[in-house]
Structure formats: structure tokens, C-alpha cells
Design a protein around this ligand. Structure first.
Ligand code: UDP
Ligand code: MG
Length: 327
């Protein structure tokens, strides 16, 4: 019997965990009785009762595995922890908020059995997401794809089934500013799409805000391609070339028409424009340099908190801070 791991990154999902577990079991028992399963809940440093609930499920059901990360590392790292701990022949990553429908699992498994190694879900409709977010997302993907060889598909997320081989490949990629969507493309393997309708969040609010998405977007570009560095070189050449031509023009103009007026506005504009271009280029270099700095430290991706975290009540009440360093 083949074993399938379902990996669920969860950050403050106390309202969703139990509903997720129950609906998942109901579906699996009914539709996929010929597979063995394991359910890996990766608690990404939640501050609510998520982990307590997962530990309770662990006691009831031997197939449940709870991994508690030592703090909130973000979904990308939580997913990596899921891959690291999964032992199945295939791993399916699903959101804990029930936005990924269980009804797609059967189709995913069928495609996997046909020999596909990366079965990825494409959202046909996005319920409960603002028009603005969708417009930004589409614009971003067209920009990203103009810069990279491998196509990163818009509306394709982390709801996917990966064969053991793909998981093993992903496990070898230990970069800490992760853009997993780029990694799926980069590691390759035989891919196929299935479509699903993303439901609305069952309970709670999305963890993404605009700043978070912008950060992920910049990480996506800088971890995936060095094209922006080339762009600033090209732009530098263009500006220098036009400056050169302007210089020649001014020289000839002066010979014919004599010394012109002060030209202060022109100077101001040129200085500001070039200053801006230089700062942007520096900023782009800085993004890459920052990534080199972070990666060169070779820190582990995450730490797992193996001990029960529930502190003793009286301990908490005392506001015990003996472990803190006093500066
Ligand atoms: N998530 C996580 N760590 C985070 C943020 C989110 O593990 O720092 C999980 C979250 O619990 C959920 C999934 O990632 O299971 C998707 O998050 P969310 O629903 O907030 O994102 P959206 O569906 O709006 O893209
Ligand atoms: Mg969600």
C-alpha cells in the first residue's frame, strides 16, 4: 500500500484545525481507502491553541504528526519543515483554512499514479479576494516571467502533490529566503496541472498583508533571477549614451549660437534623474548583497521545539524573565 503524507502549515489556525481534520478524514475514508496516510501539521510558531489541538489529535490518531517550529518562520519555511518530516511516497501540501478542496485529492492521486511527479493546482476562481490583490498578482507574474527562463504560473500556488523524488530534490535546497514557487520549477520533473476552485477561508483572517506579499514578491525576483542587475547595467549604458549625444549637441550649438543661458533647471533635472537612477541601481545591488549575507551565514532553516511548550501557570503569572540578558 502506498503511503501519502499530507503536510499542513498552520499559523494561528485554532478555529480551522479540527474542521480541517474532520473533513479530511471524512473524504479520505470515503474516496481513498486504498492508501496509507500520515498528516503532518507544522505549527509555524502560533500564539493561539493550534499546537494544543494538534497534540490532542496526535494522541487520538497515530497518523497525526505535530511539528512545532520554535517561532513564526513564514509559510515557505513551514512547508520545508513538512517536506523534511514527511515519509510518504508522495506529499500533498494543503492550507489549514480549508481553501484547498479535499475533493481534488482523488484527481491528484490519479495523475500521480499515471506517472506525473508534480501535480499542481490552478485556481479557477478566487473567492473572497479583493480585485486589487488579483490585479497586482497578475501584473507581478507577467513581470516575473519576463525575467526568467522557467515559467512561473500565476494562479498556481502551493496546493500540490509531489512525488518522493521531487520532495527529496526540494529537501536539498536549503536557501533560507525561500520562494518555493520558483523552486518547484527549478527542480524540474514531470508536471501536470489540475484545476480547483479556491473556497473562502473557513474561519479567521488571511496572514498575508500587502507588505508581506511585497516582500515575497521581491524575494521571488531576487532569489530566482539576476536579470535586474543586468537591467541596471543596460540602463546605465543608455543614460550615458544619451548624455554623450547631448554633449555633442551642446558643443555644436555653442559654436553656432554662442554661450547659452544658465541652464539651471536642466542641470537640476539631470542631477536628480541620475541620482535617482544610481540609488535604484544601488538598491538592487543591495537586495542581492543582502541575500548573499544571509545565505553565507548558513543558518539552519528552522528549529523544532520538541518540548511541550505549555509553561506552568504560576511561572507565567510571575512574569519570569530570568533567562533574559540584561543589557
Ligand atoms: N501560514 C504559515 N505561516 C505563516 C503564514 C501562513 O504557516 O507565517 C499558513 C496558514 O496557516 C495557512 C497557509 O499558510 O495554512 C496559507 O495562509 P493564508 O490562508 O493566510 O494565505 P492565503 O490563503 O490568503 O494566501
Ligand atoms: Mg488562505
Amino acid at each position: 500500500m502506498k503511503k501519502v503524507s499530507i503536510s499542513i502549515p498552520a499559523y494561528n489556525e485554532e478555529e480551522n484545525i479540527l474542521a480541517f481534520y474532520e473533513q479530511m478524514l471524512a473524504y479520505i475514508d470515503q474516496e481513498l481507502p486504498n492508501y496509507a496516510f500520515e498528516f503532518i501539521f507544522v505549527d509555524d510558531g502560533s500564539q493561539d491553541k493550534t499546537m494544543t489541538l494538534v497534540r490532542e489529535l496526535e494522541d487520538q490518531d497515530a497518523r497525526v504528526i505535530g511539528i512545532q517550529l520554535s517561532r513564526n518562520y513564514g509559510k515557505e519555511v513551514a512547508m520545508a519543515a513538512g517536506f523534511d518530516h514527511a515519509t510518504g511516497d508522495a506529499v500533498i501540501t494543503m492550507d489549514a483554512d480549508l481553501q484547498h478542496p479535499f475533493s481534488s485529492l482523488k484527481e491528484m492521486m490519479m495523475l500521480w499514479e499515471l506517472g506525473y511527479q508534480d501535480v499542481y493546482g490552478k485556481r479557477t476562481t478566487r473567492h473572497g479576494e479583493s480585485k486589487l490583490k488579483i490585479a497586482f498578482s497578475n501584473a507581478y507574474y507577467s513581470l516575473l516571467n519576463r525575467m526568467t527562463k522557467e515559467q512561473i504560473l500565476s494562479n498556481v500556488g502551493d496546493f500540490r502533490l509531489l512525488d518522493r523524488q521531487v520532495v527529496d530534490a526540494l529537501k536539498e535546497v536549503r536557501e533560507s529566503t525561500r520562494y518555493t514557487k520558483g523552486l518547484y520549477e527549478w527542480v524540474g520533473f514531470r508536471k501536470i496541472e489540475f484545476q480547483f476552485e479556491a473556497a473562502e477561508r473557513f474561519a479567521g483572517k488571511t496572514k498575508w498583508d500587502f507588505a508581506g506579499l511585497a516582500k515575497l514578491a521581491i524575494e521571488g525576483i531576487t532569489s530566482y533571477t539576476t536579470r535586474p542587475l543586468k537591467l541596471s547595467t543596460i540602463f546605465g549604458f543608455l543614460v550615458s549614451l544619451s548624455a554623450l549625444m547631448y554633449m555633442i549637441f551642446v558643443g555644436i550649438d555653442t559654436m553656432i549660437n554662442g554661450i547659452p543661458g544658465t541652464g539651471i533647471p536642466t542641470l537640476t533635472i539631470l542631477v536628480l534623474f541620475l541620482g535617482g537612477v544610481q540609488l535604484i541601481s544601488l538598491g538592487i545591488i543591495g537586495e542581492y548583497l543582502g541575500r548573499i549575507f544571509i545565505e553565507s551565514k548558513k543558518r539552519p532553516l528552522y528549529f523544532v521545539n520538541k518540548k511541550e511548550t505549555a509553561l506552568k501557570e504560576e511561572h507565567l503569572a510571575d512574569g519570569d524573565q530570568t533567562n533574559d540578558t540584561v543589557l
